[in-house]
Design a protein around this ligand. Sequence first.
Ligand SMILES: CC(=O)SCCNC(=O)CCNC(=O)[C@H](O)C(C)(C)COP(=O)(O)OP(=O)(O)OC[C@H]1O[C@@H](n2cnc3c(N)ncnc32)[C@H](O)[C@@H]1OP(=O)(O)O
Ligand SMILES: O=CC(=O)O
Ligand SMILES: [Mg+2]
Length: 353
Amino acid sequence: MRSPKDFFRPLAVGAPAPVREVPFRPSRMIHFFDPGNEKMAAKVPDIAPTVDVLLGNLEDAVAADRKEAARSGLVKVAKATDLGDTQLWTRINSLDSPWALDDLLTLVTEIGDKLDVIMVPKVEGAEDIHYVDRLLAQLEAKAGIQRPILVHAILETATGVANVEEIAGASPRMQGISLGPADLAASRRMKTTRVGGGHPGYLVREDPHGADGSAPRATFQQDLWHYTLARMVDACAAHGILPYYGPFGDIKDTTACEDQFRNAFLLGCVGAWSLHPVQIAIAKRVFSPSPADVAWARKVIDAMGDGTGAVMIDGKMQDDATYKQCQVVAQLADALAARDPELRDAYAAAEKE
Ligand SMILES: CC(=O)SCCNC(=O)CCNC(=O)[C@H](O)C(C)(C)COP(=O)(O)OP(=O)(O)OC[C@H]1O[C@@H](n2cnc3c(N)ncnc32)[C@H](O)[C@@H]1OP(=O)(O)O
Ligand SMILES: O=CC(=O)O
Ligand SMILES: [Mg+2]
């Protein structure tokens, strides 16, 4: 094992120095598109300004005989389109596939200066990240890339969940982790065929009640993903990287999509994937704190002065801990407002009320 002192050393001569802190860039929605699908790729210039992250997907959902078209399509899109300050990510094929190596070789050498983050699917342990880490350093050096490309892991195997803490801390390149509920369900042999969301059979039932115990008993559907999401959020927070909910496959059920996204937001996630244009606005709404919450957070911060002691505001106790909670909301609002003028105005208006 290398010395901890070497953690921030480049892994190849001539590769850029690793980042010491993951930069927080708004990434409320990671919008997936298939770069080999000409119709979808043609929409990129219109979609890019409406999303925080545009992701050219090369893995699942791209048919085996379309892998090369997707890869070359992404190179074409990246070279031809000015994305402004919208981030460009890609999801490469899994490391056990015949395509992953060529994905990395082609993308880093052709468009490495335009790629912000590479999403790696089906990560099972730190060794997967170490493999990508070294390869990226070699390719960055070869291509003369000036800033390191970051790495995002999808948590979508039972082994990956068991190793989530070591994955989160495997490299300074680690930018974040997304939950992949579809592959994870298959890996765990869960009996849901949905992509994220709940299941009517996963519930708790009210105790027997009524005179003879036969009154109708209410049931409450439970969240299949709570345990994994919470573990993932803790692992990410402990290592200073960003957690994301992944895909919600029932495109028509925008209400349940919003619920799933909001649960993730409240639990600590900074964004989710949008698979279809209809999910972009949902993610934007959910992963931006509400103007009322931001105004409240700023009120508490102002009232708390140096952030120590206890005060009462509108009947609620505030102290050092709530000051920190409010800073989380206010700092997120500042970062989003800097990118989103509409949000900036909404936050400013709510503060004046
Ligand atoms: C478990 C996982 O791994 S999830 C991640 C992998 N999956 C994906 O990346 C899926 C990405 N999304 C898609 O492929 C598509 O949205 C589908 C297949 C789900 C639905 O596609 P369609 O049947 O074409 O949906 P629909 O008819 O509602 O599309 C409306 C329009 O939006 C376009 N569109 C659909 N999805 C996208 C997208 N992700 N990005 C850009 N445009 C899109 C369609 O091309 C269509 O354009 P048109 O009006 O000019 O014809
Ligand atoms: O890749 C995502 C998933 O849910 O599987
Ligand atoms: Mg998957």
